[in-house]
Design a protein around this ligand. Sequence first.
Ligand SMILES: NC(=O)c1ccc[n+]([C@@H]2O[C@H](COP(=O)([O-])OP(=O)(O)OC[C@H]3O[C@@H](n4cnc5c(N)ncnc54)[C@H](OP(=O)(O)O)[C@@H]3O)[C@@H](O)[C@H]2O)c1
Length: 373
Amino acid sequence: MKKIAILGATGSIGQNACQIISENPDKFSLEFFLFNKNMKKAQEILKTLEPKFFITSNKEIFEKYKTSYKNLLFVSDLEKIYQDSKIDLTLSAIPGSEGIYPTYLGCRYSKVCAISNKESIVCAYEFIKNLRAKIILCDSEHTSLEQLIKNENKKEIEKLILTASGGPFWNLSLKELEKVSYKDALKHPSWNMGKKITIDSATFMNKAFEIIEAALYFNIKNIDVFVHRKSFIHAIVKFIDKTYKFSVSFPDMKTAISYCLNYPSRLPLKIPSLEDFLPLELKLEKKDLERFKCLEFGFLGIKNLDNILFRSLLVFADDLAINLFLKQKLSFLQIYNFIKNFIEKNIGKFQNPKNIYELLDTFKMLKEKYSCL
Ligand SMILES: NC(=O)c1ccc[n+]([C@@H]2O[C@H](COP(=O)([O-])OP(=O)(O)OC[C@H]3O[C@@H](n4cnc5c(N)ncnc54)[C@H](OP(=O)(O)O)[C@@H]3O)[C@@H](O)[C@H]2O)c1
């Protein structure tokens, strides 16, 4: 029986994981989970999976429910719970920079840490990679790459290719992109995900983070992006003999999540088979850096791969830009310039963090400095 902890259990990734756990009670037990404020979903998880503890990072929720639920804890107890729980596998699925410290604890105290929160890898890979946990990436592209590369000679890999769905705006002109709203950006054509990653997919910032994540994790810098609208090709590896290996499956995050939960072996999964969709359209399109400029940050990230401050400012600026976009204080096309200017303005003002605490301090200082936005 694998003892699991989920960071972000009430979200899109977390709920998929809970479903897989509930369908495999002989394989997994949920020991505890972390959430923010969605008490309704937290109560549902309590009922179906009966974890020993559930932990909120929201003070109001904690104060309101702590007397009714003796096993409800506040996030300040997260490290202690980890120390007492002997977790086999943590699934890290809290979006944005908020996910970094919980992921760090997951890596410090679990045997395996499956990371969906790509921002943790982008900002903190150097600080989490040599802790106790074996890190595996839980994202359709990277989980696919892991499987494609397994047993291959790294010297024979020419490049990694990440696919992108293109998001809701792929068919729009630059002129049309001037007018899109956050409501339009939240309508993703092929994936049902949380708000932040859905907006990041529309701007291609999600793909930029994924490029950096892949470069750091696989230690390969030659990375490209192709657009595949149907989203069933998740990743491609090109070898030096011009052979291409594709990873193909129905677009459902349960494939990556179940692979990670049961790592290193596979689980049978009740999702549609690709045979049901024949003939399959394998159309792959070129990336478009003119309309979707945020993708550039991924390639810039590869050039600055050793610069943790650059990568962290990128993540922080994107969190900020999304909040401003959701508040309608920034237009869709202004997001790129906002992030670019933010990095240029701040890169000389902070030190490159040398450990996780310096990194968290940098985020704290940035939050204080920009709390008015
Ligand atoms: N969704 C996908 O298909 C997908 C695919 C690949 C990668 N990812 C990555 O996976 C991560 C999660 O994405 P998602 O789509 O599952 O997000 P989501 O649906 O928005 O869920 C976020 C989860 O994190 C919790 N949370 C948010 N802020 C928190 C905080 N400060 N402290 C503790 N818990 C907090 C939320 O709790 P409440 O519900 O209580 O607010 C919720 O459980 C992201 O980094 C994303 O990039 C997602």
